[in-house]
Design a protein around this ligand. Structure first.
Ligand code: ADP
Ligand code: GLC
Length: 505
């Protein structure tokens, strides 16, 4: 069916990359970073990539040279085409003011309540992306393949699959199975979604309509953001109720580790830092540490490690366990700075804990990109534990800045961190401290181990260098995505003449 849109040999493959957040247009977590870096890396490999996301106020303000390229039927607004400021990639924005021009985040209002009309918001977004993919824009641009990400875009592969005519191919990437986009079935009926989609063999999920299930059920290929998570989600423990369906589709599922933007996150060139440093000369790191201790009013202590936590304050990130472990860590003399936002109750509890021990513990609620860079530069250790972690960019950022992660062997963390007492499968040297049980006792024990090693500067420096020298760049991963696209083209194309050959090779 979709062969019409698989490129004839010679033309560059056209990919429409759809996500609800893409940096710098909108960001709440790692998805936005991937949405910025992966398309740019694919473009560097010769793919013709365009982005699509909702026209939030921040996105409309950020996109350059916007013009209307598709008017949607009914009250559905229009699609603008502009450019991303850094990568220069073309970006489509669904401009529907009543749904997206609001004061608040992409998914929630300022009080952290989900927008009550999220079903409608993301149904509209998915329909606009699917219309664009099927019909093309006013200039005649249409993709060969749609790459959809997370639940907010899960309806796109479904709308394409049920379209019934020639259509582009679809890839759906799962960044986090815990966010599913489940809504009352009646809303889906009322919105006029195809009946086939509303049955258990479709996207019905325990009496609800699930955007995530729609993506998993209908996309031509599935990917997720690390090899270990790709295996974990086939189990009941990590499958979040989707494991049965995922096992059915296991042959179409592949885990590709995210990269990080190694230009943006590079201590040797980082404009946010008071002094630059690299693996060989880490003097600038001491300067960053002194600066952070002073800025947050913590008692300086050269012999005490500085621990940071720059993460969402949620159950996934074990923020509750970190809170429980704090007294024991502070009693060991550690200095701790936490920066993040998330569950309101946890935010309040962390602020209270800092008020009780101001010489050793500081908490800054919110998220500032520059502060995140400076904290990684200052830190000896980075708390990045998780109950589950599809990939975990924060941990890679920490290692790149010589902050050794203290974390658990789940998902992408298992694929990126090697315990300092071990060797990785590929012989990679140790770069962090891994504990297994998701408990405060295990976390404290792990930090005690770290504290002992910290007192041996030569050994510490050795592991810091290991961490800083790891290559987490995007190129290798982007090539893997390209291989998925190419393999799809091969196996889905009816005629050999339509097999796409990447222009870059
Ligand atoms: P997740 O996407 O699950 O939050 P990752 O570690 O993959 O986890 O990515 C986190 C990303 O979000 C990083 O870019 C990090 O700098 C950023 N970040 C960390 N804490 C916050 C926060 N409180 N608010 C917004 N972004 C944050
Ligand atoms: C999700 C996951 C995180 C991953 C990110 C980018 O937010 O929680 O582990 O790194 O997506 O793929």
């Amino acid at each position: 069916m979709f062969t019409r849109r698989l490129s004839p040999t010679g033309r560059r493959l056209r990919v429409l990359f759809a996500a609800a957040e893409i940096y710098p247009f909108a960001k709440t977590g790692g998805l936005a970073d991937v949405g910025a870096a992966l398309p740019a890396a694919l473009a560097a490999l010769g793919v013709e990539v365009r982005l699509i996301l909702p026209g939030y106020v921040s996105a409309l303000d950020t996109a350059e040279n916007k013009r209307m390229v598709l008017r949607l039927p009914g009250e559905r607004g229009g699609v603008l085409l502009g450019r991303a400021p850094d990568s220069g990639l073309p970006v489509y924005l669904l401009d529907q003011p009543d749904l997206f021009r609001r004061d608040g985040g992409p998914y929630q209002d300022r009080d952290k309540h989900d927008w009550p009309d999220n079903f409608r918001r993301f149904t509209c977004f998915c329909r606009a992306a699917a219309d664009l993919a099927l019909e093309g824009d006013e200039d005649g641009w249409a993709p060969d393949l749609v790459h959809a990400n997370d639940w907010h875009t899960g309806l796109v592969p479904a709308l394409l699959a049920l379209h019934g005519g020639p259509r582009p191919a679809s890839v759906f990437t799962i960044h986090n199975l815990a966010y599913q986009g489940n809504f009352p079935l009646e809303e889906a009926h009322a919105a006029g979604l195809p009946p086939a989609m509303l049955r258990p063999e479709g996207a019905e999920f325990y009496g609800q309509f699930s955007f995530l299930k729609a993506g998993i059920r209908y996309a031509d290929r599935l990917t997720t953001v690390s090899p270990t998570y790709a295996r974990e989600i086939l189990t009941t423990e990590f499958g979040a109720g989707m494991d049965g369906l995922l096992r059915d589709r296991a042959d179409d599922l592949v885990g590709i580790l995210n990269g990080i933007d190694q230009d943006l996150w590079n201590p040797a060139h980082d404009g946010y830092l008071p002094a630059r440093f690299d693996a060989e000369d880490r003097a600038g790191k001491r300067c960053a540490k002194a600066g952070i201790l002073a800025e947050f009013g913590l008692d300086p202590a050269e012999d005490a490690p500085l621990i940071i936590g720059v993460n969402r304050l949620t159950h996934q990130k074990m923020a509750d366990v970190v809170l429980e472990a704090l007294p024991a860590l502070l009693d060991q003399g550690m200095r701790i700075v936490l920066h993040g936002q998330g569950d309101r109750e946890l935010e309040t509890a962390f602020v209270a804990a800092a008020a009780a021990r101001p010489a050793q513990l500081a908490v800054r609620i919110g998220y500032e990109e520059g502060l995140a860079h400076r904290l990684n530069a200052a830190a000896d250790l980075a708390l990045t534990p998780a109950r589950f972690e599809p990939c975990g960019l924060t941990t890679m950022y920490a290692m790149r800045y010589g902050a050794l992660p203290v974390t658990r062997p789940v998902g992408g963390l298992a694929d990126t961190v090697v315990d300092i007492d071990e060797r990785g499968e590929d012989g990679a040297p140790g770069t962090g401290f891994i504990f297994t049980e998701p408990t405060a006792a295990a976390l404290v024990a792990s930090l005690r181990r770290a504290g002992r090693l910290f007192r041996i500067p030569s050994a510490w420096g050795h592991f810091q260098k290991n961490a800083m020298r790891r290559d987490f760049g995007w190129e290798r991963s982007a090539r893997r995505y390209l291989a998925v696209y190419e393999e799809m083209a091969r196996s889905l194309a009816a005629e050999p003449a339509r097999i796409w050959v990447p222009a870059a090779e």
